[in-house]
Structures are given as structure tokens and as C-alpha cells.
Design a protein around this ligand. Structure first.
Ligand code: SF4
Length: 359
């Protein structure tokens, strides 16, 4: 019987056995804070000392050293989203950025293995664009409220309801949803993607707030879906006005997944990558990043002189990824993210259509 004729559980078992032959499990390294570990990780600690107390470093450092050693042995790289904790972002990541930056950079890599430190749809996007690489997720439960808000069946329903209207999907969706849509977009290129279609009406799913922000910037009529990000949805316009009053001169930098009364108060609205560029170009004295908490912690060293004002909200899914789980992924080569080849081919068309747009 060929692999494609096997039932799914048998295929998964076969893949696990194949992986074990190519990447035999390793022994779990000793995790002690030795002189060697301290010396190897001191330069890393210098980048995070503003957010990690010195007394806590011996708990992180042995994992960081062990993960970096294992990456070399496995010919692996770690992709870390901007919302990862600082010990991951600065300690073990090879590529950092927003979800699209990560997937695009991974294509250029010669690595055999990618450990995706982010959420599940990002690992799927990496697999879609890197079908020959092994993609590992340190915690398969790390999902996303936006990705969970819409299914492929929902998209098929929208097509029936709105015949002839092109459908743009935000990258924060499953591979199945991407496969049903015409093109992907990110929070930084959504307007460009919508206008590239040359249609008077476009469906932009699943984030209702990103869609509302795009609708303000284009003459194209935007229809949407009722999805939202649990992290950005919790900010309010009243909260922003209170901060403006309490912290004179503060610049409010909001992600377009925030509700419209929040973005209405912002000095800049953009993706996490756009936020970094804006801070570097404008050097505000005080900035309020209206997004996930780790963002300000991670980019503080790239924006010296900027005082970051809270509040922020934690993403419960992003915070499922930890150093011990990353180490376990590399030691035992689990858990691998796979995408059905037919779905991956359709989803790749939607992602590559976006990547190939001229900026
Ligand atoms: S921050 Fe929001 S959009 Fe990003 S992974 Fe978490 S729930 Fe999803």
C-alpha cells in the first residue's frame, strides 16, 4: 500500500518513523548554570537585562545554551514572532519579525528544520512556502482567535452569498481558509492588496477591525467577517485618551487589529514591523505601543532613548511557547506541522500572489 492510500493515523506514524530515522532523538542535555553556560550567554543577557532580573538569568541560560547547540547539530533555525518573550526573541531566534517576514526569510534559509516560535497558522504558512523543510511547533495548542473565527466552509458560504466578489484573507487564518481565498494580505499591505484586484467591492476576512481601517483608506467597498484578535480587541478609545492626558507628549502607536475608537486616537497605525520602522524614523521620547506586551520589551534595544508606556495585553497563545518546549522540540523532533499537499498548493497561490505584488 502506498503512503497516500494509508489512513491518516498510519500516515502520521509513518512520518514519525521516517523522521526518527533522519533525525534520531537526542539525550536531554544537562541544564545546569555552569561557568561555560554563563560565559556563552553573557552577551545575550546584555540585550535583555532591562527586562529580565539578573537573579532569573540562571533559569533561562542553560536552556538557551542547549537550544543553540542543538540547532547547529540539527541544521535547524528558529523563527520567532515579535510577540515572543525576550529570552526567546534575543536568546535563541535566528530570524525575528512579523508572520510574513518570518515565512519569507525562511525560504532563503538552507536549514533542514524550522522551529516556529509563534502560533499555528504561522507554522502552516512556513510549511506552505517551504514544503521540503521539517516545521516543528513547540506547542500545537498555540492557536489564534482570528484564525479560529473562520473556516473554509464559511468562505465557501461567502462566495455563494456574494458571487463575483474577490475574497482577501488576512494571513492570520488556517491553510484551508487561505486555499479558498483569492489572495492573502498582511496588516502592512492590506490596502495595496485590496486595490490590486481592480474590483469595486472586496471581501476582507476575518478581522473586522483591519477591514474597518482599510475601508477608511480606499474607495473600494469593503465587506468583512466578525473575527477579532482577543489581544487587540480589549483596548479602548477611552483608555487611550486617559493615557494622552496622563502622559503629555506620548505617541500612540496602534496595531490595525485594534477597535476603530482606538485607532482613531493613534499617531501611527501599522503592523509590528511598521511600528519598529516608525519608531526608528521618528524617535519619540515616549511611546505607547497598543499591542502585545512583549513587543516593547523586544524592540527597546532597537529604539534607544524611547520610553515605553504601558498598557499592553498578553496573547495567551503566543505565551504558550517557552524555552523548555523549544528544547523538547529539538531533542525529540516534535511536533511536526504538515499541510495536505492539495490544500497547500491552493494556499500557496494565495500567499504568492500577495508576495509577488509590486510594492
Ligand atoms: S495576538 Fe491576536 S492575532 Fe496575534 S496570535 Fe494572538 S490572538 Fe492571534
Amino acid at each position: 500500500m502506498s503512503t497516500t492510500q494509508q489512513p491518516p493515523h498510519a500516515q502520521a506514524a509513518e512520518r514519525t518513523a521516517q523522521r526518527a530515522r533522519v533525525f534520531p532523538p537526542k539525550a536531554m542535555p544537562a541544564l545546569e548554570y555552569t561557568r561555560e553556560v554563563a560565559e556563552a550567554t553573557t552577551p545575550i543577557y546584555e540585550k535583555v537585562r532591562h527586562v529580565i532580573p539578573e537573579i532569573e538569568w540562571p533559569a533561562h541560560a542553560p536552556y538557551i545554551k542547549a537550544i543553540n547547540d542543538l540547532k547547529a547539530e540539527r541544521n535547524a533555525i528558529i523563527l520567532a514572532h515579535n510577540y515572543m518573550t525576550p529570552e526567546i526573541y534575543h536568546g535563541v531566534a535566528d530570524i525575528v519579525g512579523d508572520s510574513l517576514q518570518l515565512a519569507k526569510e525562511a525560504v532563503k534559509s538552507e536549514a533542514d528544520v524550522i522551529v516556529q516560535c509563534g502560533v499555528h497558522f504561522m507554522a502552516e504558512t512556513s510549511k506552505i512556502l517551504n514544503p521540503d523543510k521539517t516545521i516543528l511547533m513547540p506547542d500545537m495548542e498555540a492557536g489564534c482567535s482570528l484564525a479560529q473565527s473562520i473556516t473554509a466552509e464559511d468562505v465557501r458560504g461567502l462566495r455563494e452569498e456574494h458571487p463575483g466578489v474577490p475574497i482577501v484573507t488576512y494571513v492570520n487564518t488556517s491553510a484551508e481558509v487561505k486555499a479558498e481565498c483569492d489572495i492573502c494580505c498582511t496588516s502592512s499591505n492590506a490596502v495595496q492588496v485590496v486595490e490590486s484586484l481592480g474590483a469595486p467591492r472586496v471581501l476582507l476576512v476575518p478581522d473586522q477591525y483591519l477591514a474597518a481601517d482599510v475601508a477608511l483608506r480606499t474607495d473600494v467597498e469593503i465587506l468583512t467577517w466578525e473575527g477579532a484578535c482577543v489581544v487587540h480587541q480589549r483596548f479602548t478609545g477611552a483608555e487611550m485618551r486617559e493615557y494622552r492626558e496622563a502622559v503629555p507628549g506620548v505617541k500612540i502607536i496602534a496595531h490595525p487589529e485594534c477597535p476603530t475608537d482606538v485607532t482613531a486616537e493613534a499617531d501611527y497605525i501599522g503592523s509590528t514591523a511598521g511600528m519598529i520602522t516608525w519608531l526608528k524614523d521618528n524617535h519619540p521620547e515616549k511611546a505607547l505601543l497598543v499591542t502585545e506586551c512583549s513587543m516593547a520589551d523586544n524592540i527597546a534595544s532597537e529604539a534607544p532613548g524611547v520610553e515605553f508606556v504601558r498598557p499592553c495585553n498578553l496573547c495567551p497563545y503566543m505565551k504558550m511557547i517557552t524555552l523548555p518546549k523549544i528544547l523538547d522540540s529539538l531533542v525529540n523532533m516534535r511536533d511536526e506541522v504538515t499541510v495536505d499537499p492539495v490544500i497547500a498548493a491552493c494556499a500557496r497561490t494565495a500567499v504568492e500572489r500577495m508576495i509577488n505584488l509590486k510594492s
